[in-house]
Design a protein around this ligand. Sequence first.
Ligand code: ARG
Length: 451
Amino acid sequence: MGLKEVSSDYTVSLHYDRRLYRQDIEGSIAHARMLANQEIIEHSDATAIVEGLNRIRKDIESNKFPWRPEHEDIHMNIELRLHELIGEPALKLHTARSRNDQVALDMRMYMKEALSDTLDALHGLQWSLVQLAEDNTDVVMPGYTHLQRAQPVLFAHHMLAYFLMFGRDKSRFNQAYERADVMPLGSGALAGLPYPLDREFVRRELGFARISENSMDAVSDRDFMLDFLSAASICAMHISRFAEELVLWSSDEFDFIRLSDDYTTGSSIMPQKRNPDFAEIARGKTGRVYGNLIGLLTTMKGLPLTYNRDLQEDKEGLFDTIDTLIPTLTIFADMVRKMSLNESRLLDAAQGSYVLATDIADYLVSQGMPFREAYRVVSTLSQQLSETGRQFHELTLEEYKTYSPLFDDGVLRITVESSVNARNVPGGTSSESVSEAIAIAKDQLERGNSG
Ligand code: ARG
């Protein structure tokens, strides 16, 4: 490629901003109607413009539109094609408008749709988590700290932790939606426009909540994209943590779950393998989601007001995050629906370690021993048991009593189930608290999309 081609390609954005065609056309139709209502252009011109734009939309959707990269972007491609189709009236469409407020409008419209789709996808994932929790309310597993078995918990309690993380994500995406929901047309290149515009009409036509309050801010603000990209990064981090657990849990070492064959693949050389590729790829994609946030933050950081062409670089990363996040959430919703639990293995893991140590110490406290002393007694006890490979439930009361005279037969009734159910505080892992949490979660989901 010669320098001439390289440099003419350099400024072209058509290959990625083509996807804004629908927003661009809807925005132009509302603008043309407003211009006619305000007697800035003739009604007959507006009618010709609207018909021409509708034809262009059809042509694009049936792959008949003659895309021309030499016209740089989606806005010029549509406007110049409109001129070919309807002639002179097309020259009036761009009255009282600049590509600066036009692209801001298109991106806000696109962002709002993507945010609604993201919220729907999160909603679906939350349902899958709550259903998995509800179908397995009696399954006990070891809870971990430092990736060491710590205390028994209900599997459902663990799933509801993710339900809440995704709920916070929803509330962040809802806030991003509110900030995107501002109609910038009427700002012109930067200073507003010397025409009697009816900005409220355009706002209503396009379904925005508010109009922008400062033309300079309106053409240079990309915060609404950063809101989305940062909420998306936090959400991707949640997905990645969950993915990591699914990878661990489906390994032979844990063997807690089985992922559906739909979401594992074999190895080309090791016939026994069922690799959790979907979870791994989701974990891996978190990197590009973070990258797109840092990319746009960096693009923005040195820009003087108002519009600078750098802003054209806001699109590819944003589209990439949308194209990454929504399918990931959709896949996870189905992967969660289709995974099965190895209940006996989960219970064995909860029983086959010293996860009841805290409960035995708490029991001594209930018998009148100060906690720190109880901690020391049970610590010696578990250490000696682990040296001989024995478990708490194998000890007799007489053996217990050699560690403290305060032990009586109550200690023999401490089990993983009693441990779980003792934690009957709001937010705790007892069956009662978790059933209540499931009911609250379902109620929230039934009431709709809000965080
Ligand atoms: N393709 C441009 C963008 O995405 C449209 C706005 C162009 N404005 C301008 N003054 N050159 O930002």
